[in-house]
Design a protein around this ligand. Sequence first.
Ligand code: HEC
Ligand code: HEC
Ligand code: HEC
Ligand code: HEC
Ligand code: HEC
Ligand code: HEC
Ligand code: HEC
Ligand code: HEC
Ligand code: HEC
Ligand code: HEC
Ligand code: HEC
Ligand code: HEC
Length: 371
Amino acid sequence: MRRQPPISPHLPAALLLAAALAFLLAPQAGAAQDPPAAAAPTASDACLKCHAPIQTALKRKLKHAAVDMGCDSCHINHRDKQAAQTKTEHYLTGKQSELCAGCHDYKDKAIAAAHKGQPFETAECSGCHDPHASDRPKLIAAQAHGPFDARQCDSCHKAPKDGKIALTAASTSELCFTCHADLQERYTKAKSKHTLLSSDINTCTDCHDPHATNQARALKRPVTTLCTTCHSGLTEEKKFVHEPVKGSCAICHDAHGSEHSKNLHAPVETLCLECHNTKTAPRLFDGKETTLFSGKVTLPPQSYSEIKTIEITKGRFGHPTGNHPVFADAKDGKPGFNCLTCHLPHAANGSLQLLVTEEPTTMTLCNKCHK
Ligand code: HEC
Ligand code: HEC
Ligand code: HEC
Ligand code: HEC
Ligand code: HEC
Ligand code: HEC
Ligand code: HEC
Ligand code: HEC
Ligand code: HEC
Ligand code: HEC
Ligand code: HEC
Ligand code: HEC
């Protein structure tokens, strides 16, 4: 295997600077005031006790040498009340690009060449690199997008203009569609589109990273975290959260668009009965992978350990009482109804049955229609 020489001849000086900075930024309350390099092992162990996913990540093939210098080479210790006052993203000691510059010399020719002359110096380094560890060389994040993985930077980038990136297409979505025409076709036809795709704004990159991430489908974050960054309040502070909502928003919604309102995978009746129908529910527990909505969604085996089911007779009767209609079409000026007339899809306060009244008893609900 090719061994790289130390990152740059400037490293020692840069390291000293980083150490000095880290020292200045270090919590003042701690008894030990050793430079971070010396205090590192124990300090990092303490961090890892609470941050198990990072500990797991550090088992990957390539661990960033900076991690051995201590978590505090990049993070403030948020357990220290005073230090935690500095509200930075991910408790970083500074802007990513400046933070990394503490140890990496951006004037080094090798580093510029590695970035194909693109202006990486001010970029979010974690847009392509995992700052902790990776199975890929040069700490490139686990899921590298096709053309990035092939290092075809010029399929998307022209030479930078005034130190800024320049794309080969007029907008980001146009760029994406040059290779993902199938998706363009699918969603242009869709009756219900996610708002981010209905506008002229370049929004593929609100959810996807064109380079590399740790999530499947080049997503910037795990699906549910991604969706709730913009759609907060659906489940927060609710006492009861619907099981599939805890799993993934994409179980019921198509992220881009579909034929059904709110870009759902199916009309409400079919959507809910895909899981709650007495006849078909057992397949959710048979220990095999289950596909829903004609293959649009795949659930891993044993996604759920139980499910409450309802028995539907004659296509639309049988719940919540013996002969009760579950669906009704709008008729003679009377509005129709479906599962959502009585149930909330995401979460409820106090009502285990996800009732729209959000109350433990059903009386107020019945009274809405039966007076
Ligand atoms: C080389 C600098 C660097 C070092 C050293 C480092 N981190 Fe990070 N860490 C980062 C950056 C940059 C991010 C933000 C990543 C992003 O934007 O996705 C981050 C994110 C995180 C996050 C939140 C996001 C996630 O991936 O879960 C945690 C938790 C974390 N680091 C813990 C640690 C711990 C614990 C250590 C020590 C074992 C450590 N870090 C060492 C740079 C570093
Ligand atoms: C006692 C448990 C505990 C210890 C010890 C601990 N953390 Fe945390 N850490 C948490 C919790 C809980 C959160 C989430 C709440 C918050 O943001 O404060 C968090 C949040 C973070 C985040 C932000 C995560 C994100 O998604 O942005 C980073 C980074 C982080 N910790 C790094 C560290 C580092 C570095 C150390 C060691 C100096 C450390 N933690 C020690 C429990 C701990
Ligand atoms: C405390 C010093 C320090 C900081 C801060 C630091 N690094 Fe490093 N980094 C190192 C050292 C040391 C190496 C190992 C050099 C080598 O083996 O060639 C390294 C190696 C790397 C490598 C190459 C790995 C390889 O296999 O050649 C990448 C990529 C990298 N760092 C990215 C980053 C990014 C991104 C940041 C900011 C989030 C960062 N570094 C911050 C010290 C640091
Ligand atoms: C657009 C994606 C991208 C961004 C953003 C990015 N890098 Fe890189 N980086 C790469 C690629 C690709 C390589 C080369 C990987 C290879 O050789 O296979 C690389 C290589 C490196 C190397 C190793 C250089 C060598 O001599 O081999 C370092 C160090 C590094 N990057 C640091 C950084 C820092 C620091 C930042 C943020 C200021 C950053 N990168 C931002 C994609 C990126
Ligand atoms: C699939 C198309 C595509 C490929 C391939 C690609 N990029 Fe990008 N790159 C983009 C887009 C789109 C943006 C703008 C991102 C945004 O708007 O969030 C971007 C942004 C950047 C940035 C600025 C990031 C920041 O945080 O400011 C750098 C640097 C960069 N690319 C370097 C590279 C390098 C180096 C390669 C090849 C190793 C590469 N790109 C390959 C599409 C691509
Ligand atoms: C130069 C051609 C090209 C461009 C431009 C391009 N892609 Fe891709 N994309 C690919 C290839 C090749 C793959 C990997 C093969 C595959 O899975 O379809 C891929 C895969 C993906 C995947 C993962 C598909 C999966 O099933 O895992 C997503 C998501 C994606 N691209 C989004 C985008 C976005 C967003 C843009 C615009 C920023 C974009 N692509 C621009 C060629 C391209
Ligand atoms: C609101 C967030 C969001 C936006 C905006 C978005 N996507 Fe996606 N995309 C996703 C999610 C989530 C998935 C994964 C769906 C899954 O796993 O079921 C995905 C999957 C994909 C896939 C792979 C699977 C497929 O459906 O073909 C491609 C390719 C893709 N997106 C391209 C794009 C392009 C191109 C754009 C811009 C026109 C875009 N996306 C905009 C969230 C988004
Ligand atoms: C970058 C921000 C952003 C992200 C990320 C995002 N959305 Fe949205 N979403 C919006 C905006 C803005 C609207 C339109 C305003 C509104 O109706 O709330 C919207 C609308 C919607 C709607 C339709 C609302 C209605 O009343 O018609 C649904 C459903 C939806 N998003 C689901 C999702 C899902 C699922 C994800 C994750 C795959 C997601 N969103 C990710 C910003 C976002
Ligand atoms: C069990 C299926 C299911 C899951 C999982 C699900 N949704 Fe929904 N969602 C629905 C249904 C059904 C509607 C339609 C509500 C209506 O029309 O009144 C909806 C509506 C929405 C709306 C429109 C505004 C509103 O509150 O009515 C948004 C935004 C939304 N969902 C986002 C999300 C996000 C974000 C997630 C993941 C955290 C998610 N959904 C998970 C079924 C689901
Ligand atoms: C992907 C499968 C799936 C879909 C689709 C789904 N659910 Fe559920 N639902 C579950 C699981 C799993 C539970 C938790 C186990 C249980 O309590 O039955 C649950 C629980 C419930 C409960 C019972 C809560 C309680 O414990 O009292 C109601 C009511 C409910 N769902 C209604 C709906 C409605 C209405 C829809 C359509 C908007 C729907 N579900 C769509 C899987 C699903
Ligand atoms: C007219 C109002 C109404 C409609 C329409 C309705 N439900 Fe219910 N549902 C209820 C009530 C009330 C309960 C609580 C019954 C109880 O406590 O025994 C309930 C309970 C449930 C339960 C939990 C059953 C259990 O054993 O605890 C599920 C699952 C469920 N409903 C799914 C659905 C689905 C799926 C639809 C649409 C096909 C639907 N409901 C339509 C009123 C309704
Ligand atoms: C969305 C309006 C609506 C709600 C809410 C509603 N019902 Fe009904 N109910 C109907 C309709 C429509 C029928 C059938 C036509 C009729 O008889 O009026 C019906 C019929 C019935 C019947 C006669 C059919 C049978 O099963 O024997 C009973 C009993 C009944 N409802 C009880 C309830 C109870 C108990 C609740 C509360 C848990 C409830 N309903 C909530 C609309 C509703």
